[in-house]
Design a protein around this ligand. Structure first.
Ligand code: KG4
Ligand code: ZN
Length: 349
């Protein structure tokens, strides 16, 4: 089949991103990727939706123009424009979908709506052509914690998810308690690395909710997870250490204890899913997938039967390359946006 060139546009949260992908669904390469990260949200310790929309408005045109220039292509060279239409912040998504529709109309180019989470599943493919279905997928970001079985592109089965906080949200909240900047996942991982004692001996061992060894497939705690209790346990540990005047010495240990508990839970659920569905590949996505300790814990449990693929940080966090990649697949499958296509805050994958 003929190679296609797709412009991807992503504005679902706090990254304004545009990218060009060229190829076929089984062999694609990234020609350019522009990501404008909205640092302004750091000032508020979280994403402020109204500010995000306004920044997308100022960023989207230069982002697309730069992606086109970097790839050295013009609008005539595009076969399709792929845009994230759901899920996400509705005002943020509207900037991308409106702009994509306007571009498509002006240049007579088909527009393809893409589900943001499907995009995350395609991210790794741009680096590792072997990261293709069937596989077990773990998507862990500031907003999502999903465990999926991917039988084929487009055939996704949701196995489990978080009951409360997303994994990244838990990282960010505990990082804040420890006085780390937002977003706190990476600083917390770095702090945890400085904890002195070995994993099994360090003073902070937090509960691992929903990690019953005797859980069976069909039990609701077999694949689902919950992190709010862990977050509360970390909060008490910080408070106790503060009262005892030893918070400075214990910060790394608390970070390590929190990270160990969260990782062990996720790694066990991924291993269960891979085993039950006899998958030999595991694909990770979302910002928390950048966490090295998480990657290693999953590798340890899935090896020697399986291979774990984690995208590079630029492709793990929100970006338009993954949207262009998923869009290329959707375009080949005949998907086109009709004129009523618009942003949707929530939509199951
Ligand atoms: O996918 P992403 O960029 O944005 C969405 O939330 O959609 O993910 C951001 C999340 C934040 O919660 C951030 O703290 C977390 O990913 N994160 C990490 C690491 N790097 C980013 N969490 C743990 N360890 C990391 N190394
Ligand atoms: Zn995302």
């Amino acid at each position: 089949i003929a190679p296609r060139r797709v412009l991807g546009i992503e504005t679902s949260c706090d990254e304004t991103s545009a990218a060009i992908v060229y190829g076929t669904p089984t062999d694609m390469r990234l020609e350019s990727l522009v990501i404008l990260s909205q640092d302004v949200h750091r000032l508020f310790g979280g994403v402020v939706p109204e500010i995000a929309s306004r920044q997308h408005l100022t960023g989207i045109v230069p982002a697309v123009r730069t992606a086109m220039t970097d790839a050295n292509v013009s609008f005539d060279d595009l076969d399709a424009i792929a845009v994230t239409h759901a899920p996400g912040l509705v005002g943020a998504l509207l900037v991308g979908t409106s702009y994509a529709k306007a571009l498509g109309y002006t240049h007579n180019t088909p527009v393809v709506p893409v589900h943001h989470l499907e995009g995350h599943l395609f991210a790794t493919l741009l680096e590792h052509p072997e990261a293709k279905p069937p596989f077990t997928a773990l998507l862990v970001s500031g907003g999502h914690t999903l465990l999926l079985d991917v039988e084929a592109w487009g055939r996704y089965r949701l196995l489990g998810q978080t009951r409360d906080d997303a994994a990244g949200e838990a990282f960010d909240k505990v990082a804040k308690l420890l006085g780390l900047p937002y977003p706190g996942g990476r600083p917390l991982e770095e702090l945890a690395q400085t904890a002195q004692s070995p994993v099994h001996k360090h003073p902070h061992r937090f509960p691992r909710p929903m990690l019953r060894k005797s859980a069976e497939p069909g039990d609701d705690d077999y694949y689902d997870c919950s992190f709010s209790g862990l977050k509360t346990a970390a909060m008490y540990a910080v408070r106790d250490a503060e009262k005892a005047g030893v918070l400075d010495e214990q910060r790394a240990s608390i970070a390590r204890g929190f990270q160990d508990a969260l990782i062990e839970t996720l790694a066990e659920k991924v291993a269960r899913a891979a085993r039950r569905h006899r998958r030999t590949r595991v694909v990770l996505g979302g910002g928390v997938a950048c966490n090295r300790a998480l990657q290693e814990a999953i590798r340890e449990r899935v090896a020697p039967r399986g291979t774990v693929f984690a995208p590079m940080p630029r492709l793990a966090t929100d970006n338009a390359a993954m949207i262009a990649a998923a869009g290329l697949f959707r375009f080949e499958a005949g998907e086109r946006a009709d004129p009523t296509m618009t942003a949707q805050a929530s939509l199951p994958i």
